[in-house]
Write a protein that binds this ligand. Sequence first.
Ligand SMILES: Cc1cc2nc3c(=O)[nH]c(=O)nc-3n(C[C@H](O)[C@H](O)[C@H](O)COP(=O)(O)OP(=O)(O)OC[C@H]3O[C@@H](n4cnc5c(N)ncnc54)[C@H](O)[C@@H]3O)c2cc1C
Length: 414
Amino acid sequence: MKAARRVTVIGAGIVGASCALWLQRGGHRVTLLDGNPPGRGTSRGNACSIAVHGCIPVNRPNLPLQLPKLLFGAHRPLSISPLYAARRAGWLLKFLSHCRAREVAKSGAALAALLSRARDGLAPLLAEAGCADLLRDRGCLYLYASERDYRAGAADLARRRALGVRCAELDADAVRELEPALAMRFARGVLFEDAQQVANPQKLTESLVEKFRRDGGGWRGQNARAVLPGGSGVETVLDGGGVIESDLAVVAAGAFSTRIRGVGRLPLATERGYHVEFDNRGELARRPLHWVGSGFYASPTDAGLRLAGTVEIASLSAPPNPAVPAYLARMAKKMFGIKEAPQRDWLGFRPTFPDALPVIGESKRAPGVLLAFGHQHLGLTLAGITGRLIAQLASGAAPEVDLAPYSPARFGAR
Ligand SMILES: Cc1cc2nc3c(=O)[nH]c(=O)nc-3n(C[C@H](O)[C@H](O)[C@H](O)COP(=O)(O)OP(=O)(O)OC[C@H]3O[C@@H](n4cnc5c(N)ncnc54)[C@H](O)[C@@H]3O)c2cc1C
């Protein structure tokens, strides 16, 4: 075991906050930095699901067949910007190459290894931070509008089961009993009993950072510009001036991570996603509901009902597309009979690698720089276990999971 080390954690989303707390628990002296207040990025607006069943990536075998519709149609659940596709053709081709059954099986197994530890990675942090009440244990319900949709989903369900996911198959009456406020009749449902839900993801990250700071963790309200080798470890160069010297730096800046100089040229892109929120409508769903094929979850939050999801492959700087929140509002009417307009909408940036796996490990290019980003649709779910693995690496302990599938080296030396 290595002695206590000075560690700088870059990015105070749910992943950075979890890394900071696990490192602090491991006895390290940690400084967390972010130019924004904690938990205001993608970690704020997600679908609130601790989706331990989420071992099937978006890029799966049937996706290439839909490509023309995704590029040139008005398909709202999943779309690809033609401009972005032209600019990042290499990334898109890699993303599509991971639709092959063999690759899907490989990524699925690697995701499942993390997902099986997801609850254990988060629960101790919430308990210590005094916010365990944010977590609800009512599972997550997938809904199928027709028998045909249900049969089309059978292969995915079999894959999940083969990877150890527990679930119960429900008929239309059982769905109605679980979710009596649905305005629509769903032919079938699948309940993932081990999934959990967070009532307020922003509050979760804030609570973890508050706990970290109460226990003496350092905070800097500045962004990192670069991570460079320096002295006996790493120098983190700050936007607006200043340098933090430490033994290790952890980069956890979500979709913005590769903008930090020194991180290296890794094939990170973003799957943009949206939400709309209806205040005081939380009673319409008892747990996160995913209408399979619609691309979104409807989740009850402590403020109301949030419809969150969709995938838009486009750049970080492209303006929001108002057609997507409008689509979500239409779906709210169909699914729950909500006639009013949502009170607000939001756009967030899932950090995504072509193989749908995060990077968790030391940078090949910059010794002493640990990378913890690229959690795509699962960052809320996987933040806790990622933090625990990063703390194990920092302490020189053998990681509890074989980290080879998540190594930055899988993309070659960059
Ligand atoms: C619509 C939608 C629904 C989703 N639903 C779910 C779900 O139900 N379950 C689930 O598990 N996941 C879900 N996700 C995915 C999940 O939200 C993300 O994977 C997760 O929030 C990523 O967390 P993060 O900490 O890596 O990034 P972020 O939350 O984006 O945090 C990154 C932080 O880094 C900071 N930063 C950026 N640049 C710098 C810099 N140079 N220096 C310092 N700080 C910097 C930012 O200000 C930000 O605070 C969803 C995502 C979307 C968009």
